[in-house]
Design a protein. Structure first.
Length: 383
């Protein structure tokens, strides 16, 4: 996978050189958003890589997007500030009307608009998406939205947001996954007019928020696709999300492994490099093996997605393997550095906090195992 899209990787690495560890450490202390970094990525066209050329984008596949995000993480930066602009494209591209795509995609591609928020999760439902309570009621030419979302990132730094809401109560729908719709919300006019955003402090700098909807009016023309079919639409974005985040985790793991192996080679204790000791060397080698295996699954999932084939199982497995690989590599990197692994100036503790998120979000490891057990292996569901 690291050999694919070599030109893109080299260009992204050069861009990331302008955003060294000091830049990210300062933002982390302030819990600030990396505006300059995101603007640089947008200006270079990387955030519009999946948008077709007809709408001003690069028209490349998710494999190229994976190369961008992996290289960002491998360079010590953090693509979590803007990666949603890539995976939310899937829902709009596949199910948006021509009018919607013509209205928004060129402006997103140019960087004029940011589509970086994807509102699905709610406090009461968690990952049981069929039980969301946020409701959108059609009244004339608008939908009136009421409810609450949680752990929705980047809403304070996005112009547009994809929102999943119930347009038909669950008990009235033919099946639990029916009756949900996707609306494109213009955050610029929504905030203060039915939408309240509340920042949610977390262990990493991820610009996460809670959203409160109180009669927010969204034009009916902002409905993506058909009313009631939103759950199937967001699956396209979810598979893309899992593949892209898996690529980020591979990048994180390679950063950790590079740091650990270099330090183990240079650091001398008791008159020899600590990496000469198998107790230090072998865990780093194992982390490398684990990472390369995960990278292969990411590449397979991306290839299936780009070919328009079913990739739910592969996307989930890629995310599981890569998130576990990056967490394991982070643990090894900290252990190799000893006390310095906890020192802010080494960036290891920051990167570890950032990558640890992905064993929980956007879907937990246990739910992936449940999916594989029931949908792939055909075993009975436990819930």
């Amino acid at each position: 996978m690291s050999e694919q899209h070599a030109d893109i990787r080299e260009a992204v690495a050069r861009l990331c050189e302008d955003f060294p560890g000091e830049y990210w450490r300062a933002l982390d202390r302030q819990r600030a958003y990396p505006q300059k970094f995101v603007a640089a990525l947008a200006g270079a066209g990387y955030l519009s890589i999946l948008i077709p050329e007809d709408y001003g984008g690069a028209g490349l596949g998710i494999g190229a997007a994976c190369a961008v995000l992996e290289e960002i993480q491998k360079s010590g930066c953090n693509g979590g500030a803007c990666h949603a602009q890539m995976y939310t494209m899937a829902t709009l591209l596949k199910h948006g009307s021509e009018e919607q795509k013509s209205e928004y995609l060129p402006r997103i591609a140019s960087g004029e608009l940011r589509l970086q928020a994807f509102a699905v999760t709610e406090p009461s439902s968690g990952t049981d998406t069929t039980r969301i309570r946020t409701a959108a009621q059609r009244v004339g030419n608008v939908y009136r939205v009421s409810g609450q979302k949680v752990f929705i990132s980047r809403t304070e730094h996005s112009d547009l947001m994809l929102l999943l809401a119930r347009t038909t109560p669950r008990e009235q729908a033919a099946k639990p996954t029916d009756g949900m719709s996707v609306l494109l919300v213009d955050l610029r006019s929504a905030v203060g007019n039915g939408l309240t955003i509340k920042p949610l402090a977390t262990m990493m700098n991820h610009a996460t928020t809670e959203l409160y909807f109180d009669g927010l009016e969204v034009p009916a023309g902002n409905l993506i696709g058909e009313e009631g079919k939103g759950f199937s639409y967001i699956l396209d974005s979810m598979n893309a999300e899992r593949i892209l985040i898996a690529a980020e985790c591979v990048g994180d793991a390679r950063w950790f492994i590079g740091k650990a192996s270099a330090y183990a080679t240079e650091r001398e204790v008791f008159g020899r490099p600590i990496g000469q000791n198998q107790g230090v060397q072998f865990p780093i080698a194992r982390a490398h093996v684990q990472t390369e295996a995960a990278a292969l699954m990411v590449a397979k999932a991306a290839a299936l997605f780009d070919a328009g084939k079913k990739c739910g199982a592969e996307a989930n497995m890629a995310k599981l393997l890569a998130s576990e690989a990056s967490t394991a590599a982070g643990e090894v990197c900290i252990q190799t550095h000893g006390g310095y692994g906890f020192a802010e100036e080494y960036d290891i503790e920051r990167k570890y906090r950032e990558t640890r998120l992905y064993q929980v979000a956007p879907i937990s490891t246990n739910l992936i195992l449940s999916y594989v057990g029931t949908h792939v292996l055909g075993m009975p569901k436990s819930f």
